[in-house]
Design a protein around this ligand. Structure first.
Ligand SMILES: Nc1ncnc2c1ncn2[C@@H]1O[C@H](COP(=O)(O)OP(=O)(O)OP(=O)(O)O)[C@@H](O)[C@H]1O
Ligand SMILES: [Mg+2]
Length: 224
């Protein structure tokens, strides 16, 4: 068994677009340990989202493997993978994917459906997170009535409500002002410090650089 929490082994991904092969990633080998903060850096189109999506099992590699602990998630049946995604792994997407006809509260609550918790407990947790992110007064509105930054925060809460032990975040501050970005990063760092969460963050900016345990620079689909 690998001593690492996450390991990418000869990981490659090619996309097919208009019958042409587009290189997403090429021969990525990396290890991430428990409770580390890892940054994936690189220019737009470098392959950061591709790598996050492979590590979280959302897409399958063309070659190679992704191990999480002793489990090979890149070869796992969907039924097993969806259990891990519902319980251990949290993903903060670059686009927020909030459900437009659900209120902010319902968008967060829906993340817990596969987990099933007591109702009063759920309400308390959701309201407490909304308060931490300064969104208490927006619980009952639709995503379309939120600013883009507020949508990003709601999407982050939807991920945190599951209390994941591994958190993949794709440009988690891409759509907010500096002050809101600071608040979001502070919350993520709290999870690392207080809950032992492992954080893997993709960004083309300079966020979290001083706090990172490892920085992987990706250029044209390859690790530099
Ligand atoms: N679904 C897809 N189909 C075809 N090509 C894709 C697909 N997703 C990504 N790509 C290509 O793979 C490469 C890496 O894309 P990726 O989204 O991983 O970059 P990124 O580093 O996250 O960029 P950004 O900083 O703009 O989010 C790019 O050339 C992109 O065009
Ligand atoms: Mg991206």
């Amino acid at each position: 068994m690998s001593p690492h929490l996450i390991e990418c082994i000869h990981l490659s991904k090619q996309y097919i677009r208009n019958k042409q092969t587009v290189i997403g990633l090429e021969d990525i080998n990396l290890q991430i340990n428990q409770n580390e903060l890892v940054l994936l850096k690189g220019r737009s189109g470098a392959g950061k989202s591709t790598l996050l999506n492979l590590m979280s099992g959302l897409i399958k590699p063309t070659q190679g493997r992704v191990m999480i602990g002793s489990q090979c998630i890149s070869e796992m049946p969907d039924s097993e993978l969806s259990h891990i995604l519902a319980t251990r792994i949290g993903i903060i997407f670059q686009s927020f994917n909030l459900l437009p006809t659900f209120t902010v509260y319902e968008n967060i609550e829906v993340a817990l459906v596969p987990v099933i918790k007591r109702n009063s407990e759920v309400k308390e947790k959701i309201m407490s997170l909304l308060e931490q992110f300064d969104l208490s007064d927006k619980a009952l509105v639709l995503p379309s009535e939120l600013s883009v930054g507020q949508q990003q925060k709601a999407a982050i809460i939807r991920t945190l409500i599951k209390e994941p032990t591994i958190l993949f975040a794709d440009e988690p501050t891409g759509s907010v002002d500096d002050e809101t970005a600071r608040e979001i990063l502070e919350q993520l760092m709290n999870l690392k410090r207080e809950k032992g969460v492992t954080l893997v963050v993709a960004t083309h900016g300079n966020i979290l650089e001083k706090s990172a345990d490892k920085v992987f620079l990706i250029e044209n689909g390859r690790l530099k």
